[in-house]
Design a protein around this ligand. Structure first.
Ligand code: PAF
Length: 282
C-alpha cells in the first residue's frame, strides 16, 4: 500500500495519471479515520481512476493549542483501514515541513462573509487555516473531484467559495453526513469521548430532529429558543451555539423565505470535547 510522506514522491505517481488524463479523486482528512471517511473514499473510488487520500493534522486551522495537541493521530491504524478498503488508494501523509516549508502560517482569505458566521465566529482564524491547507493540497494533488462531508457544512461552502474565487479547476462534491446507529454524527473527535458521553451524545441529533419538526410550524427564533432550553436541561452539555441559517449565505434566518433552504447548525461541548452537527430543515 503506497504511503507517501513528501509531495515530490506523491507527484511522481499523480503525474503519470495526469499525463494519461486519468481522473483523480481526492479525499482530504486529518486522519483518525472512521466510516464517514471511508464512505467518501468509496464515492471517490467509484467516480475516478485514481484516489488520493491525505492525512495531515493541519496546525494552522486550530485556534486552540490544547485541541491541536489532543487531536487523535493514528496513522498506522488509518493505513490498515484504507488497505482493507482498497490497496490502490494513494495515501499522502506529509509532515508539517513538507507542507509549510518552515512558515507555518495561514494566508488570509475573503469568503464574502461566509467566514464570519458560526464556526468562524467561535474559532477565529480557523477558515484561513482551512483555506490555506486545502489550496495547498489542491495544488499538490491536482484532483478532478474532491470529496467533503456535509458534517462540516460551513467548511464545504467555504471551499466552494475558495474554488470559485481562485478559479481552481476541481469539482467539489458534497457527501451526506454519516451517523453512528445512535444518530451521533461520525467525527474523529468522537474517539475522545468516554463510553458514557458517547451514548449521551445521541441527544444532539435527537434535538436536531425535533428542531426540524418544529421549524415547519414555528419561527427560527422560537426553534432556537427551544434548542437552548433543551440543552439547559442537560447539565453534561454546554451549548456553544445553535443557529438556523440560509444554506447559501450562512446568514441567520430572521424571517423564513419560501425560496430559501435553511439548516440548523449546532456546536456543543461534552466532557470538554467540542462536537458539531447540522441538519437540513427542508
Ligand atoms: O475537514 C477536515 O478534516 C479538515 O478541515 C481538512 C479539510 C482536511 C483540512 O485540513
Amino acid at each position: 500500500m503506497p504511503v507517501f510522506h513528501t509531495q515530490k514522491a506523491l507527484q511522481i505517481e499523480t503525474k503519470i495519471a495526469l499525463n494519461q488524463s486519468k481522473k483523480i479523486g481526492f479525499v482530504p482528512t486529518m486522519g483518525a479515520l472512521h466510516q464517514g471517511h471511508l464512505s467518501l473514499l468509496e464515492e471517490s473510488l467509484s467516480e475516478n481512476e485514481i484516489t488520493v487520500l491525505s492525512i495531515f493534522v493541519n496546525p494552522t486551522q486550530f485556534n486552540n493549542a490544547d485541541d491541536l495537541k489532543k487531536y487523535p493521530r493514528t496513522l498506522e491504524k488509518d493505513v490498515a483501514l484504507v488497505k482493507k478498503l482498497n490497496k490502490n488508494i494513494l495515501i499522502y501523509a506529509p509532515c508539517v515541513t513538507d507542507i509549510y516549508e518552515g512558515h507555518t502560517i495561514s494566508a488570509s482569505f475573503d469568503y464574502d462573509g461566509l467566514e464570519n458566521q458560526m464556526e468562524g465566529k467561535h474559532r477565529p482564524g480557523h477558515f484561513d487555516g482551512v483555506g490555506t491547507i486545502v489550496k495547498k493540497l489542491f495544488d499538490i494533488v491536482k484532483p478532478t473531484n474532491a470529496y467533503f462531508g456535509e458534517k462540516d457544512f460551513q467548511q464545504l461552502q467555504i471551499i466552494r467559495k475558495l474554488v470559485a474565487k481562485h478559479k481552481i479547476p476541481v469539482n467539489v462534491i458534497a457527501c451526506e453526513i454519516y451517523r453512528e446507529t445512535s444518530g451521533l454524527a461520525m467525527s474523529s473527535r468522537n474517539e475522545r469521548l468516554s463510553e458514557k458521553a458517547r451514548k449521551e451524545s445521541k441527544l444532539i441529533y435527537k434535538i436536531l430532529l425535533q428542531a426540524k419538526d418544529k421549524f415547519m410550524v414555528k419561527s427560527a427564533q422560537e426553534v432556537t429558543q427551544f434548542v437552548e432550553r433543551e440543552f439547559k436541561k442537560h447539565k453534561n452539555f454546554t451549548l456553544e451555539y445553535f443557529d438556523i441559517a440560509d444554506e447559501e449565505t450562512l446568514l441567520t434566518c430572521k424571517r423564513k423565505i419560501k425560496s430559501k433552504n435553511y439548516r440548523g447548525f449546532i456546536a456543543v461541548f461534552i466532557e470538554n470535547i467540542r462536537l458539531i452537527d447540522n441538519i437540513s430543515l427542508k
